[in-house]
Design a protein around this ligand. Structure first.
Ligand SMILES: [Zn+2]
Length: 258
């Protein structure tokens, strides 16, 4: 499989926390500048998907649509002419991330509707990260329908544009979820690039993306998106992150009262 030219960030924050699903603002700026130096144009997911013949594009995506993306990453992207796609948890727009139990006492705010509209006007894109950020694999079809359809409608009402993509929470998906998202009107669902070729399913309704973490450098990012580069190290890291995401789900199911 050709490496996917799509990156996934989470928080862009200098604030200390346990966990590596963030990058610092300085690190993010180095990544964007480094990608451009290497000949890449950072764009939205739609731009990338609509330009299949270009090999100089890299899509920048953000899962969870944290306010730190608006505060720290947005000005950096504007400075370099870079664009992005953020995936929003619609029950948490403008709110604190109580959905994430791994953080303990540390809490982070999500973007509000005004911040999202400002980024949209500057050429950035938004997609759905469902209503509640629960694991879709543990839901009935009608519960998955609700997560996919209500989040899409909510975002379309706020933004006045079509929402074409969904990012599945924790990257967890199955054929049933992909089919339900197609039925809900999404062009494709975003997941994480597989670390094991055997798990790979070629399906144009599934978009594979490469996670970017606190340990990443321009060099390691280029190795993820460039064909022919060794990337077993980033696979190993992806493996660890997927394991950690599994931990989030486990902790959640232990703490859920239902
Ligand atoms: Zn997420």
């Amino acid at each position: 499989m050709k490496p996917s030219p799509i990156l996934v960030y989470h928080k862009v924050n200098a604030r200390f926390e346990f966990g590596i699903t963030r990058v610092t603002p300085h690190q993010f700026e180095r990544h964007i500048a480094g990608l451009i130096d290497a000949g890449y144009q950072p764009v939205t997911l739609s731009t990338l998907m609509n330009s299949p013949d270009r090999d100089d594009l890299v899509a920048i995506t953000f899962d969870d649509a944290y306010e730190s993306v608006y505060i720290n990453a947005f000005p950096i992207m504007e400075k370099y002419g870079a664009k992005s796609t953020s995936f929003v948890i619609t029950d948490f727009i403008g709110k604190i991330n109580h959905w994430d139990v791994n953080l303990g006492w540390l809490r982070f705010r999500h973007m509000d509707a005004g911040q999202m509209r400002e980024m949209l006007e500057a050429g950035h894109e938004f997609g759905s990260h469902t209503v509640t950020h629960e694991n879709l694999l543990e839901m009935t079809d009608s519960e998955v329908d609700y997560e996919l359809m209500v989040s899409k409608e909510t975002l379309q009402d706020i933004l006045g544009t079509e929402v074409k993509y969904v990012a599945f929470p924790f990257g967890r998906f199955a054929r049933r979820v992909v089919e339900l998202s197609e039925k809900a009107g999404y062009e494709a669902g975003c997941v994480f690039a597989p670390y094991n070729h055997k798990t790979l399913e070629e399906d144009n309704r599934i978009i594979y993306r490469n996670g970017v973490y606190l340990t990443d450098t321009v060099r390691s990012i280029l190795s993820k998106i460039r064909p022919g580069m060794p990337y077993h190290w980033h696979r190993l890291k992806q493996n660890i992150i997927n394991f950690a995401n599994g931990g989030t789900i486990m902790v959640k199911s232990m703490t859920d009262k239902k």
